[in-house]
Design a protein around this ligand. Structure first.
Ligand code: ACO
Length: 346
C-alpha cells in the first residue's frame, strides 16, 4: 500500500483489512466519544458497510468515513466519519469528504449522499455542501437508512461534471466558462428582465433561457436544464400526488395475480425514474409515451370505469401539462450550431 493514499476497507476477513478496521475502531471511539462502543464496532465490522480511509504519508490511519452504499438506488448513507483528534480542523475532513464523493460518483455511480449529522457537526456538513432539504425522493431512501435521535438529517447531491478531487480548479473552470459565455456578445445579445423572485419553482420560468444556445455550457447537458433533470422534477411531483398510489411501484404479481399475463409491457413511475436515470428518454415524447402506456395498461387491466383508472386519469392529467412545458435544450450532438459558429467568427 502506498503512503498518503485513500483506501476502501471492508470486513472481507483479510488480515490487512482487519488491521485497518482495528485502527479505525480506535480512531472512531476516541473521536466519537458519545457513540456507544459496541454500536460503533458493529457498524464498521458489518459487511454491508465500508470505510473510506485516509492514510498518512507513513501509511497510518488519519481519518475514515464509514458508509453503506445503496448502488441500485443511487445513494449512499454516511454512517459516521472522523479525523484523528490531533489532525482536526486542518482541512483533512474536507479532503476526506471530497475524495469520498468522487469515489461514490465515479466508481459506484452514486448521485446522492444522506446522513444523520450530529448536531454539533452540522456546520461541517454544511461546508461540504450538505443541506437539511433532502431533494432525493422519500420513496428511494425511506426505510433504507438508519434513524437517529438527536441528529439532523442532511443530504448532498453529487454532480457528474464536478471533479471533487480537484474541486477548486473544477469550480474555477465553471466560473470561467460562465464568465466567458456572459462576456460573449453572441450569448448576451438579448437582455432579459431577470428573475422576479428567488428561489424559483420551475427552471423554465427563467426569462430567455429557452432561447439560449451554446455548444459548451454544461447546464444543458448536466445542469438544471437537462432533459433528465426536468423529467426527474416531474416524477418527484407525480409520486407525491395522492392519485399516484397505484402507480408508484411496479405491480406485484403476488398481490395482483395474473397481471403480467395480461400486461406484457408494464410501466410504473419507479420504472420511468430508472429509465430516466439511465438517460433512456431521448426526448420528452419518449417520456410522454411511457405515461400513456401506464394509463393504457391500467385501462386494459381494470377497465375504463374502475376507480384505479379514474385515479390514473387524474395522475395523467397532472403530468401531461408538465411534459408540455419541458424545454428541450440543445445538446452538443443535436444543436444546429451553424449560425452560432458563424456569428462567433465575426
Ligand atoms: N462544527 C462546525 N464546523 C466545523 C466542525 C464542526 N464540528 N468541524 C469542522 N468544521 C468546519 C471547519 O472550521 C472548516 O471551516 P472553514 O472551511 O471555514 O475553515 C470546515 O468545517 C472544514 O473543516 P476541516 O478542517 O476540513 O474538518 P476536520 O478535518 O476537522 O474534519 C470532522 C471534520 C470529521 C467533523 C472532525 O472535526 C472530527 O473528526 N470531529 C469529531 C468527530 C465528529 O464529530 N464526526 C462527525 C459526526 S456526525 C456523522 O458522522 C454523521
Amino acid at each position: 500500500m502506498n503512503p498518503g493514499e485513500f483506501v476502501v476497507v471492508n470486513n472481507d476477513r483479510k488480515i490487512e483489512s482487519m488491521v485497518y478496521l482495528l485502527h479505525l475502531r480506535n480512531l472512531f471511539s476516541k473521536a466519537l466519544v458519545k457513540m456507544p462502543r459496541d454500536y460503533l464496532v458493529k457498524m464498521i465490522f458489518d459487511r454491508k458497510h465500508y470505510t473510506y480511509t485516509m492514510l498518512r504519508e507513513n501509511g497510518s490511519v488519519v481519518g475514515g468515513l464509514c458508509f453503506r452504499p445503496f448502488v441500485h438506488r443511487g445513494f449512499a448513507e454516511v454512517v459516521f466519519l472522523a479525523v484523528a483528534s490531533g489532525d482536526q480542523v486542518k482541512g483533512k475532513g474536507t479532503l476526506l469528504m471530497n475524495h469520498f464523493k468522487e469515489h461514490c460518483k465515479r466508481d459506484l455511480g452514486i448521485k446522492y449522499l444522506l446522513t444523520y449529522a450530529d448536531n454539533f457537526a452540522v456546520g461541517y456538513f454544511k461546508k461540504q455542501g450538505f443541506t437539511e432539504e433532502i431533494t432525493l425522493p422519500n420513496n428511494i431512501w425511506k426505510g433504507y437508512i438508519k434513524d437517529y435521535d438527536g441528529g439532523t438529517m442532511m443530504g448532498c447531491r453529487l454532480y457528474e461534471h464536478l471533479d471533487y478531487r480537484n474541486i477548486s480548479e473544477s469550480l474555477r473552470d465553471i466560473l470561467q466558462e460562465v464568465k466567458t459565455t456572459l462576456d460573449n456578445p453572441t450569448a448576451t445579445a438579448t437582455i432579459y428582465p431577470g428573475l422576479q423572485s428567488f428561489p424559483i419553482d420551475d427552471i423554465n420560468s427563467i426569462p430567455g433561457l429557452e432561447n439560449f444556445r451554446t455548444e459548451e455550457t454544461w447546464i444543458f447537458r448536466n445542469g438544471p436544464g437537462a432533459l433528465e433533470t426536468q423529467i426527474t422534477s416531474i416524477l418527484n411531483a407525480a409520486v407525491r400526488e395522492p392519485s399516484a398510489w397505484a402507480f408508484r411501484e411496479p405491480v406485484d404479481e403476488d398481490l395482483v395475480p395474473g397481471y403480467h399475463s395480461v400486461i406484457t409491457d408494464p410501466i410504473s413511475l419507479a420504472a420511468m425514474r430508472t429509465k430516466n436515470e439511465k438517460r433512456l428518454y431521448e426526448d420528452k415524447e419518449d417520456f410522454r409515451a411511457d405515461v400513456r402506456l401506464m394509463i393504457d395498461n391500467c385501462i386494459m387491466f381494470n377497465g375504463p370505469r374502475h376507480d384505479i383508472t379514474k385515479r390514473g386519469q387524474e395522475l395523467v392529467a397532472f403530468i401531461m401539462p408538465k411534459i408540455d412545458k419541458i424545454v428541450q435544450y440543445a445538446t452538443p450532438d443535436s444543436v444546429d450550431n451553424s449560425e452560432f459558429r458563424k456569428r462567433q467568427r465575426t
